[in-house]
Design a binder for this molecule. Sequence first.
Ligand SMILES: [Cu+2]
Length: 322
Amino acid sequence: MDTTGTFWMPPGNSTIAGDVDSLFYFILYASIIIFVLVVGLSAYFSMKYRRRDGEVGKTDGLDHNVKLEIIWTIIPTILVMIVFVWGFKTYMYMNVVPKDAYEIKVNGQKWFWSFDYPEGGNSVNELIVPVDRPVKLLMASKDVIHSFFVPNFRIKMDVLPNRYSITWFEAHTIGEYNLFCTEFCGKGHSEMIGKVKVVSQEEFEQYAEDLAFSGEGMTLEEFGAKLYIQKACVTCHKIDGSNSTGPPWDNLYGKEEHLADGSSVKVDENYIRESILNPMAKITQGYQPVMPTYQGILKDKQIDALIAYIKSLQEDESLINE
Ligand SMILES: [Cu+2]
């Protein structure tokens, strides 16, 4: 069922969204009605039966009223039972993964997401899924607790270190949806945002193939240029000399880089490789230590390709070969 966005909820774009929303509105409106009734009547009666000047001992001591007590027990019990049965059914639906679901491995780490597809490829900060097909997410964290939240799909699940958690959804509208981390996981938490891209089945097959592509028929440099965008380096590193979250890559290779601890290092293949796999080892002066490790995400050939690409961005030939 599709729902459009309201003041309370963003548009619902998964099969579970309609049910979650109806239950939410049922609880919300029942609460509002009961609140208005209780508070309104309390206010009204305390005005109506307030003690006026000179009045003493006017009301008898009332003890109880069986009829009233039965009513105010039965009505809330029915409401709670409705919420329980409805909520339990929805909860079961959310927790039992359909057998034919397509399985994607989700990795949370400070401070980004990566996704491994059965076809062998992976993507960073962008989860690509086919429309109208159940998708199972097998999730784990490489460091602290994160939480996987896609408001449009109404799914939210903690992502823990040393343990898998599972959730699933079936998106029914093609489009791009926000993905947030909703567990405070350190100072880069607010930047731990990604996208879920829902595409047609044919388009999805193309993506999966493209993500698993290992550069056949391309030069290393061309492959590196592709990975620069595909693996999200582009979100933090510019190639036009301008600063971003990370240092620019043009004219980087071969130069003397200043480090935060006051020392300096020559940018060569080994330094670049170390920066990719163990970014905390040497922090570049003037930058925050927020580069995520690509350990386990990039294969050796992909690292070679990125090095070749960074090399190709050095205009000063004399710094490339020596
Ligand atoms: Cu996080």
